[in-house]
Design a protein around this ligand. Structure first.
Ligand code: SF4
Length: 366
């Protein structure tokens, strides 16, 4: 017990400290969770910010070995929402006081895509009276594209590193020139320089991943000075090459507990960032997102993609709530969040406190 108290008080936690915390079980784990909950309450309050998630296209030029919408998975129907459908979902988020929107898609790198997104960002801004913060999650792009989207009204960008261990990254991505760890890292730095609030994340419980890798992920986020994090348990998908390694995986409940510990430790390590309670947690435990909120998460991303497309955006299998519409989603979440003694911060942007305090790049806006 004493050791936990000493570790969590440290100004700088070492890799060994983090490995120790991630290995806690039973009473000691509960103690860790209570400490993270206290820090959350002090630093960001018992409030949960909504980000309306629009998964607007599952077309992807990449082939990550673990992903259900990878280019070579020919078992799924590809879709791309029209601009009108996206703007209408954005209007829904605005009218229902979500405060923020996330536009997520598979990765496309083309001049046409860059221009489409620029136009779309401006249309959303006009349609919603500029009252939504917009996060993009559209993968690796060049510096010019990131700048153009920022200038068109995107405020935040989410680019998950998936693992901070380059060796493990290489095991999980094909060696075809499109999946380079260093380029992904460069993109994160470029986003920060452009002035975005930058988010990243990792998968927890990947094949070949060690606890030291996860400790390294936490240190990476701290050293990078990240503003927002979305991370959850790795969930295998039958139609992917990584499925061949399923026998190496921890049982799902253990992956889930490890994910909760990652969230709790990250809240202690980076007290003022935004941390999402991801849907992948709910795929294992029906109350997974609520449990994450109780140990440090403060953001939830209700899915507002039109219901008929949701079955086609399965990065992993057993994804929950694919048969709900956006209004069902709100009612369900209100009840769930009330159970955690947190309140929904309706109509608030919920910018990362960390972003507001840290040194920013030259392109920064407000
Ligand atoms: S993880 Fe992202 S980039 Fe990789 S295949 Fe899936 S959608 Fe595409």
């Amino acid at each position: 017990m004493q050791q936990i108290d000493q570790i969590v008080q440290k100004q700088r936690m070492s890799e060994a400290d983090l490995i120790h915390l991630l290995g806690l079980r039973g009473e000691e784990k509960i103690r860790l969770f209570r400490h993270a909950a206290r820090i959350k309450e002090e630093q960001v309050g018992n409030r949960v910010y909504f980000r309306g998630l629009i998964e607007f296209s599952n077309i992807c030029m990449k082939n990550c070995l673990y992903c259900g919408i990878r280019r070579d998975n020919h078992t799924i129907r590809r879709y791309s929402l029209s601009d009108g459908e996206i703007v209408s979902a954005a209007r829904f988020a605005s009218e229902n006081k979500y405060g923020s929107l996330v536009l997520q898609s598979g990765e496309l790198q083309s001049r046409q895509f860059t221009i489409r997104m620029e136009k779309l960002l401006r249309e959303i801004h006009t349609a919603t009276g500029g009252n939504l913060r917009i996060t993009l999650s559209c993968g690796e792009q060049d510096k010019d594209t990131y700048r153009r989207w920022f200038d068109s009204g995107a405020h935040r960008y989410l680019l998950r590193i998936e693992t901070s261990n380059p060796g493990l990254y290489n095991k999980l991505h094909p060696d075809d020139g499109h999946h380079r760890f260093k380029y992904r890292l460069d993109c994160l730095y470029c986003l920060q320089d452009t002035g975005y609030q930058v988010g990243t994340g990792v998968m927890i419980g990947l094949p070949f991943q060690t606890t030291a890798d996860l400790a390294g992920d936490l240190l990476f986020m701290e050293q990078f000075n990240i503003d927002m994090v979305g991370m959850g348990p790795y969930l295998e998908h039958r139609e992917t090459p990584a499925y061949a390694f399923r026998d190496l995986l921890l049982p799902r409940e253990e992956r889930f507990q490890l994910a909760l510990k990652m969230i709790a430790v990250l809240r202690i390590l980076m007290k003022d960032i935004n941390i999402a309670a991801t849907t992948a947690l709910q795929a294992i435990d029906n109350l997974g997102r609520e449990k994450a909120i109780k140990v440090g998460a403060n953001v939830i991303m209700p899915n507002i993609t039109p219901g008929e497309y949701r079955d086609e955006y399965l990065l992993y299998q057993d994804k929950p709530c694919t048969d709900e519409n956006a209004l069902d989603c709100i009612t369900c979440l209100e009840t769930r969040i009330a159970l955690t003694n947190n309140e929904i911060a309706y109509g608030e942007w919920g910018d990362s406190n960390h972003y507001q305090k840290r040194d920013k790049g030259p392109g920064t806006r407000d």
